[in-house]
Ligand binder design. Structure first.
Ligand code: PMP
Ligand code: GLN
Length: 378
């Protein structure tokens, strides 16, 4: 049997979470909160069920939810997306990414991916017959070298994927980055796929530079979002994408084939919950406090770090502790110390930069304290 994805292994997120379970370890690997979803939101789901919203919703998603997303983009970034034709609810951002890549990337076309990159991008490109063109971010600060991006663009480039705030590094793209990108893409047919699942998790008074803020970029751009990240319920697997109508028309053709439509009661609940902007605006402060608590707790350890500016991940450099490769150290950390983290090299080219682990700080303070005690003992 010939595999369509011979290079693909089981996702590191599944591998590490499974190991954490087997070794009864504290799991700071796969990114999900270990605290509860707001009770109000859960009650809205049960209300939606009681009210009879238990059959297929419209394939593009519950209109009221699309209207709330539209309003949010308009209020926060000044870009109006038409709920009827420019917004689609998907099964997590993962489906939105899959649909977007599959809808546009043809056999032999190139897609520029900045490494380290989230692990679903490249296999999806390959499945579509496309060729990922990898550009490594410099490990000192993970800034994008736009000159390098410019020289990677060819007449076969179909798409470029960006992710801000960035998983796994916790860095963000600045306004200058976005303007530079806008300039680069001018007069080309390149589609921008902007993964903005951590848009509300941004710290130190920084502004999220959504691609939708930039008029010329947004005309060629698909933006993916995830409610699981925003509302502490990754298991509900509900996300969305927004894009100009011309692009969305094609994305919806794939959406009808992958899931057709996604869970109905959750969509009703999110639509209601989004009516109170503090539900997402308060997140930055909440997670900044988590980040600060975690960094404070490990300040006496041998781990070195630059504070994460966004996402709920913190990279820690362990080169003062061991010269082991990150994958080996991560394995030993679970087996001998009952603490799970994600080795960063698996997202890089040629497994470069292998002295960093990614820790998820979306955890109760009690869990962070226990994890920090282990880290300080090393
Ligand atoms: N993109 C990035 C950068 C992610 O970290 C994740 C994982 N949470 C996703 C997309 C997928 O999001 P979802 O869980 O909504 O499918
Ligand atoms: N996005 C999550 C992370 O980075 C994991 C999602 C998944 O397990 N696919 O940890």
């Amino acid at each position: 049997l010939e595999s369509k994805l011979p290079g693909s292994k089981t996702s590191i997120f599944s591998v590490m979470s499974k190991m954490a379970h087997e070794y009864d370890a504290i799991n700071l690997s796969q990114g999900f909160p270990n605290f509860e979803t707001d009770r109000k939101l859960k009650e809205l789901v049960t209300k939606a069920m009681r009210d009879g919203h238990n059959q297929y919703p419209p394939d593009a998603g519950v209109l009221e939810l699309r209207e709330m997303i539209s309003q949010k983009f308009n209020d926060l970034y000044g870009r109006y997306y038409k709920p009827e034709t420019e917004i689609t609810i998907t099964s997590g951002a993962t489906e939105a990414l899959y649909n977007s890549i599959t809808a546009f990337v043809q056999k032999g076309e190139e897609v520029i991916v900045l490494k380290p990159a989230y692990d679903s991008y490249e296999p999806t490109i390959q499945l579509a017959g496309g060729i990922p063109v990898q550009i490594q971010l410099k490990s000192s600060d993970y800034k994008v070298d736009w000159e390098e991006v410019a020289s990677a663009i060819t007449n076969r480039t179909r798409m470029i994927i960006i992710n801000t705030p960035h998983n796994p590094t916790g860095t963000i793209l600045s306004e200058e980055d976005m303007l530079r990108l806008q300039d680069l893409l001018k007069d080309t047919n390149i589609i921008l796929l902007s993964d903005e699942v951590y848009q509300h998790l941004i710290f130190d008074e920084k502004l999220h530079q959504s691609a939708s803020r930039f008029p010329e970029l947004s005309t060629r751009c698909i933006i993916c979002g995830s409610f699981g990240k925003t509302f502490h319920n990754t298991g509900w697997k509900t996300g969305y994408c927004v894009a100009p109508e011309e692009l969305m028309k094609e994305i919806r053709k794939i959406h009808e084939l992958t899931t057709f439509s996604v869970n109905h009661p959750m969509q009703r609940a999110y639509a209601e919950y989004l009516k109170q902007p503090e539900h997402y605006l308060d997140l930055a402060g909440f997670y900044q406090e988590k980040r600060d608590t975690f960094l404070e707790l490990i300040s006496g350890s041998k781990f070195r770090s630059t504070p994460s500016i966004g996402t709920y991940f913190q990279l820690l450099d362990f080169s003062e502790i061991t010269t082991e490769k990150d994958t080996d150290f991560a394995e030993r950390l679970v087996k001998e110390h009952q603490l799970a983290a994600i080795p960063v090299s698996v997202f890089n080219i040629d497994e470069k930069d292998h002295s960093q682990l990614r820790f998820c700080f979306a955890k109760t303070n009690e869990t962070l304290e226990k994890a920090a005690a282990i880290l300080c003992s090393l």
